[in-house]
Design a protein around this ligand. Structure first.
Ligand code: GLA
Length: 363
C-alpha cells in the first residue's frame, strides 16, 4: 500500500472524481440508438495526477491491480486498469494535446464486476483529471464519447454510450434521460417519494461479454430484416412479431423497453415506475434472455420486501447487480429483508445502495 504522499513525493497537481451508474430503465437499448434512464452512484473513482520526472507513465491503485508503468512515447499498458487510462491518454493526444509523462494514483469504492460501471468511472475521472491538469477544451458529452472509445479500442469491450454519458453528466438525485442516437440528454427527477436499492448478486459476469456481442449481432440482424437503420426506428411495435425467433423476442424487448423509458421520462408516479421496472426485468429474462437464476431470485426477493414497488437486473446481465425502487424511508429495511432471503438460499449478495457505514454489508 502506497500513500498518495509517498507516490507523488508531495501533493498531486490535479484531482478528479467520477461516479458509476445504476440504470433504472432502458437496458440493451443504447446500441440500438434508443433511450435510457440511469442515475449516478454515490460510489466514485478518484484519479490524482502529477508530472513524472522520467519518460514513463506510472499508474498505481491499491484497489485495482497495483503498479503499471509504460513509456509515455509509444508504450502500452498490459490489459487491466492501465488499459483504460492508456486509452484516455492516447485519445486525448489524438486531439492534438501534448501529454507529458505522468503519475496516476487511482482509488475507488466502486465494486469492480458488480455492473455499476466502474470502468466508465475510471475513464471519466481520468479524462477530467487530464483536462484539469492540462487545461484543454473538452465538453462533458465529448468527454463521454472519448471515454467510450477508450473502452472499445483499448479495453476491448464493445460497449454503448450509456455508462460514460451517465458517469459524465448524471448525479445521484436525478436520472439522466439519454437519446443514444442524438446524445440529447436531460435530468429527470426520481419518482416522487421514492428511494433506490441496489443489491449485488455476487455472481461474476463471466458470460457477459460473449452474450453481449451475440445480442448486438441479433439486434443488427433484426433491424436489417425490418428494413430500419436501428431498432429505435421501429414505429409499429407489432412489426417485430413477423420476425423469426429469437430475433422476434430480442427486437420485442428493445422496442418495448424504449417505450417504457419514454413513458417514465415524462414523469410518472413511483408505483407506475415500479411496474415499468418489473416489466423491464421480465422482458430481459424471457425475451432478451440475459438474466440468470440468481438474478431472478434476487429480483423476486426484492419484489417481496416491504415497500418495494419494482425490481430488475441492472447493466448487461449474466450476473452483477439488481436495482429496486421503494417507498421513501423503506430502502434499508427492504434491502436487508431481500438480502437475507437471497443469502439464506445460498446467495453471496451484498448491499451497494443505500451505502452503509461499512464499505459493503454482508449478511
Ligand atoms: C453495458 C454496456 C452499456 C449498455 C448495457 C446494457 O453496461 O456498457 O453500454 O449496453 O450494458 O444496457
Amino acid at each position: 500500500m502506497n500513500s498518495p504522499e509517498t507516490f507523488f513525493g508531495g501533493a498531486p497537481e490535479a484531482l478528479a472524481a467520477a461516479p458509476g451508474r445504476v440504470n433504472l430503465l432502458g437496458e440493451h437499448t443504447d446500441y440500438n440508438d434508443g433511450f435510457m434512464l440511469p442515475v449516478a452512484t454515490p460510489q466514485q473513482t478518484e484519479v490524482a495526477l502529477a508530472r513524472s520526472i522520467d519518460d514513463q507513465h506510472h499508474l498505481y491503485s491499491d484497489t485495482l491491480d497495483g503498479n503499471v508503468t509504460f513509456a509515455a512515447k509509444g508504450g502500452s499498458a498490459p490489459q487491466g486498469f492501465g488499459s483504460y487510462i492508456e486509452g484516455c491518454i492516447r485519445l486525448v493526444e489524438a486531439m492534438g494535446v501534448a501529454i507529458p509523462p505522468l503519475r496516476f494514483y487511482v482509488t475507488t469504492n466502486l465494486a469492480v464486476g458488480s455492473g455499476l460501471s466502474s470502468s466508465a468511472a475510471l475513464e471519466v475521472a481520468t479524462l477530467r483529471a487530464l483536462r484539469q491538469l492540462l487545461g484543454f477544451e473538452l465538453d462533458d458529452v465529448k468527454l463521454a464519447q472519448i471515454a467510450q472509445r477508450a473502452e472499445i479500442d483499448y479495453a476491448r469491450v464493445n460497449c454503448g454510450i450509456m455508462d460514460q454519458m451517465a458517469s459524465s453528466l448524471c448525479d445521484e438525485r436525478n436520472m439522466l434521460f439519454i437519446d443514444a442516437r442524438t446524445l440529447e440528454h436531460r435530468l429527470v427527477g426520481l419518482p416522487p417519494e421514492s428511494e433506490l436499492i441496489v443489491v449485488d448478486s455476487g455472481v461474476p459476469r463471466t458470460l457477459a461479454a460473449s452474450k453481449y456481442n451475440e445480442r448486438r449481432a441479433e439486434c443488427e440482424e433484426a433491424s436489417r430484416k425490418l428494413g430500419v437503420r436501428a431498432l429505435r426506428d421501429v414505429s409499429d411495435p407489432e412489426a417485430v412479431e413477423t420476425l423469426p425467433d429469437p430475433l422476434r423476442r430480442r427486437a420485442r424487448h428493445v422496442v418495448q423497453e424504449n417505450l417504457r423509458v419514454l413513458e417514465a421520462a415524462q414523469g410518472v408516479s413511483a408505483e407506475r415506475f415500479g411496474e415499468l421496472m418489473n416489466a423491464s426485468h421480465d422482458s430481459l429474462r424471457d425475451d432478451y434472455e440475459v438474466s440468470i437464476p440468481e438474478l431472478d431470485r434476487l429480483v423476486d426477493a426484492l419484489r417481496a420486501a416491504p415497500g418495494v414497488l419494482g425490481a430488475r437486473l441492472t447493466g448487461a446481465g449474466f450476473g452483477g447487480a439488481t436495482v429496486a425502487l421503494c417507498r421513501a424511508g423503506s430502502a434499508r429495511e427492504a434491502a436487508h429483508a431481500a438480502l437475507s432471503t437471497y443469502n439464506k438460499a445460498g446467495g453471496q449478495g451484498s448491499i451497494l445502495i443505500p451505502v452503509s457505514t461499512q464499505r459493503k454489508e454482508q449478511q
